[in-house]
Write a protein that binds this ligand. Structure first.
Ligand SMILES: CC(C)(COP(=O)(O)OP(=O)(O)OC[C@H]1O[C@@H](n2cnc3c(N)ncnc32)[C@H](O)[C@@H]1OP(=O)(O)O)[C@@H](O)C(=O)NCCC(=O)NCCS
Length: 380
């Protein structure tokens, strides 16, 4: 390509950098499909395990395939003792996202063949990372709280096992289902920043652990997965539902970004936000947290009035904040929940990249000077 043909798009907006068969997004109409199936149908009828199978195999499993897939996943729930020791060597006040990023990186050292990059090897490593990351989160959280580590229970689903390891008691059906829906809705989302990071890393034929580690680092940013924590902080700062409007208007006046709103792709309401809004309302009613739901709703109304014309609507993070709060998760575990789910998408993209790899290597538009004389250090 000649220099004249090169175009520069800040933030790579509108640039098609990969092909995928996993998720389809129509940002104007607010549509999200995984392998052609509407996210709402998956949220209401599927399970996280089945959704991961769908993303990795591009079709729904038969009953026996789902059983085998689930069995395989559950066989990797347990974290080895060496990894538990590593987690316990982290400072107790470390941010969980830093711990998760470091520990996923460290998993490579407890893999006898960490660099194997065949598609089959990548699938196996993805299965392992997906299955064991909930234990990383739960072990760190219990360790920092001074509580006994709760071993994984392979008789439980992905969602139930995580909540069990975290809280030390079996979750209710309703909590498990709510958490499962959160996992489904966060599993994949096109070439978002963290997924791009994973694909860029694996395109060098590095290794799956490095790719997922890079993705975790990307996700924690407040413009990406870190926004759900920002939403909760905002909700906590608003004393009552009656204060919501003035609070948001003040933020707008100060030209502050309202976390949980806006999206590079969606210029309509993010369909995941719609699913999570319903879930948040139900959970808020069940757990006596209507205050949080009502404040969120009031913020959405103000934002609709002030920003809908600009195509800024609630995104996936907005109602996931209330949902996670109702599930009883601490604030700094919100973004880690995004990690647990999105490992499914990152891994699927790593596999797709390996199936048809070409090194990512964009170019820069050099805007600096030319023909500058070198001046020796004594003469500067
Ligand atoms: C997600 C996000 C980074 C996408 O941004 P983007 O496509 O790069 O768009 P830009 O940052 O260029 O913003 C475009 C305009 O919309 C405004 N805008 C975007 N999101 C906004 C928000 N949440 N609150 C207030 N204004 C917002 C910007 O200020 C900018 O206005 P301007 O044209 O007057 O300067 C952005 O919407 C944002 O920062 N949202 C809050 C963080 C968040 O919720 N992230 C989670 C995404 S799932």
């Amino acid at each position: 390509m000649s220099t004249a043909e090169k175009t520069f798009s800040k933030g790579l907006e509108g640039v098609v950098a990969a092909q995928t068969e996993m998720s389809f997004i129509n940002g104007t109409e607010g549509i999200l499909e995984y392998v052609g199936i509407a996210i709402g149908d998956l949220a209401s009828q599927s399970s996280f395990e089945e959704t991961v199978f769908l993303l990795w195999n591009k079709r729904l499993p038969t009953a026996s395939e789902l059983e085998a897939f689930t069995k395989d996943l559950r066989s990797h729930y347990t974290l080895c003792d060496e990894m538990i020791t590593q987690i316990k060597s982290c400072p107790k006040d470390a941010e969980p996202m830093h711990v998760i990023r470091s520990m996923i990186s460290m998993l490579a050292m407890y893999d006898t063949d960490p660099n194997a990059n065949s598609v089959e090897a990548a699938r196996q490593k993805s299965m392992r990372i997906l299955a064991v990351t909930p234990a990383i989160v739960a072990v760190f959280d219990r360790y920092r709280r001074g509580l006994e580590i709760v071993p994984a229970d392979p008789s439980l689903s992905f969602a139930a096992n995580f909540l069990y390891m975290l809280n030390g008691e079996k979750p209710t059906e309703a909590m498990t289902r709510a958490f499962d829906i959160c996992m489904i809705t966060h599993a994949d989302h096109g070439l978002n920043n963290s997924t791009f990071a994973a694909r860029v890393v694996i395109s060098t034929l590095s290794d799956v652990y490095s790719a997922i580690t890079a993705a975790v680092g990307s996700l924690r940013g407040p413009l990406h997965g870190g926004a759900n924590e920002g939403v909760m902080k905002m909700l906590n700062q608003i004393p009552t539902v009656d204060d919501a409007e003035a609070f948001v208007m003040n933020m707008i006046k100060n030209k502050e970004r309202i976390m949980g709103f806006g999206h590079r792709v969606y210029k309509a309401k993010d369909p995941r936000a719609s699913e999570l809004m319903t879930l948040a309302k139900q959970l808020a009613e069940d757990t006596g947290n209507m205050d949080f739901y009502n404040k969120s709703n009031a913020i959405e109304k103000v934002m609709e009035r002030e920003y809908a014309a600009k195509g800024i609507y609630p995104n996936v993070d907005f109602y996931s904040a209330t949902t996670y709060h109702c599930i009883g998760l601490k604030l700094d575990l919100f973004t880690p929940m995004f990690v647990l789910a999105r490992i499914a998408g990152w891994s699927g993209h790593v596999i797709e990249q390996l199936e048809d790899n070409r090194l990512f290597r964009p170019t820069t538009d050099y805007v600096g000077p030319h023909d500058v004389a070198y001046v020796s250090i004594d003469n500067r």
